[in-house]
Design a protein around this ligand. Sequence first.
Ligand code: NAP
Length: 379
Amino acid sequence: MASRRLDGGARVTPRTQRRGHHHVRSVSRASRARVRAASAVELEGRENGEVKVLVVGATGYIGKFVTRELCARGYDVTAFTREKSGIGGKTGADEARALFPNATVKFGDVSDALSVERDAFGEEKYDVVVSCLASRTGGVKDSWDIDYQATKNVLDAARANGSKHFVLLSAICVQKPLLTFQKAKLKFEQELQEAGDISYSIVRPTAFFKSLAGQVEVVQKGGPYVMFGDGQLASCKPISESDLAKFMADSIREPSMMNKVLPIGGPGEAMSALQQGTMLFEILDKEPKFVKVPIEIMDVVIKVLDVFAGFFSNMKDAAEFGKIGRYYAAESMLVMNDKEQYDADATPSYGTDTLKDFFVKVSKEGLAGQELGDQAVFK
Ligand SMILES: NC(=O)c1ccc[n+]([C@@H]2O[C@H](COP(=O)([O-])OP(=O)(O)OC[C@H]3O[C@@H](n4cnc5c(N)ncnc54)[C@H](OP(=O)(O)O)[C@@H]3O)[C@@H](O)[C@H]2O)c1
């Protein structure tokens, strides 16, 4: 299968791009060609400084890097955030402005369609909209509210406003949608693909560094590395915030990234939990010490939580969080091939930041900036 080289070194095979986005076929070829032509023509010949980009979800882990990357590339960037943003709502309006000195920062509520129209768009004409929105909890209602509805509010306003291109931060795991947030994301992805009057780049990354950093400090203090089963149930190609932000920024102008679903991982080989743990002990120069937790324990916990959720609606999220934990323990964050198997070779790589360098950095400087926030199981 022929593969193409994307800006920055990503290799993307057409076959893998098609996996897990069956809805693409429901968009007529003519309308896709029309949209592709429109966005390419609109930005062609224009300097980045003449291209207006709106970022929603700008205060998130990835959103911050995306916003800064777009500013660094000289785009005319507006970040739309809530008055109290960040983990636990601890970032005030002035701090949000300080996060993005080279962007315009506007405040409002993505959950409210009127606020999106009025406070984010207003009279402004954005050429490109980038969404890094995501439920901070991964809870059932919050996922539908944010990963679907709030993102949809932004898309609706973008289309009404005449925006040309929409970049969506999604997740590779939506290719096997068992969890609520995956279903909510997939529903939005489908509607974005079917819109027809706005081009899109749907970016589906594998694991983020923050999701794999949780055990560095424990191991550093002499504790064991905890993993499910033999530590080889699942693998991923971790990608840094910075590399992912570059990849997402590339998608604004790169014709081969238009109207595509783009699974993406970081550089190097896929790694299992066992490989990550082994690497960590080597970096810290410690004798390997693993605790292997049977995955069946998760199944028992989920069953119990499900029973409670049937009686008490406030237990629904607890049951969902159990399922999220189980999912990430056993499902690889890699492209699924035609045989329904996770396939490291079919998962494109991009960027230069390695998990090894990241572990070294965290072991020296700590976890600042890599906090998991409201739902540690999820992120
Ligand atoms: N963790 C991984 O390994 C991994 C791997 C692949 C893909 N992903 C996907 O990446 C996404 C998570 O990215 P991330 O870690 O950057 O997320 P994050 O740090 O949790 O950021 C979420 C963003 O959405 C905003 N948001 C959430 N709820 C909101 C609400 N009610 N009203 C307004 N804004 C709201 C947040 O704003 P505030 O700052 O105001 O809260 C924040 O800007 C998810 O879609 C996940 O599925 C994750």
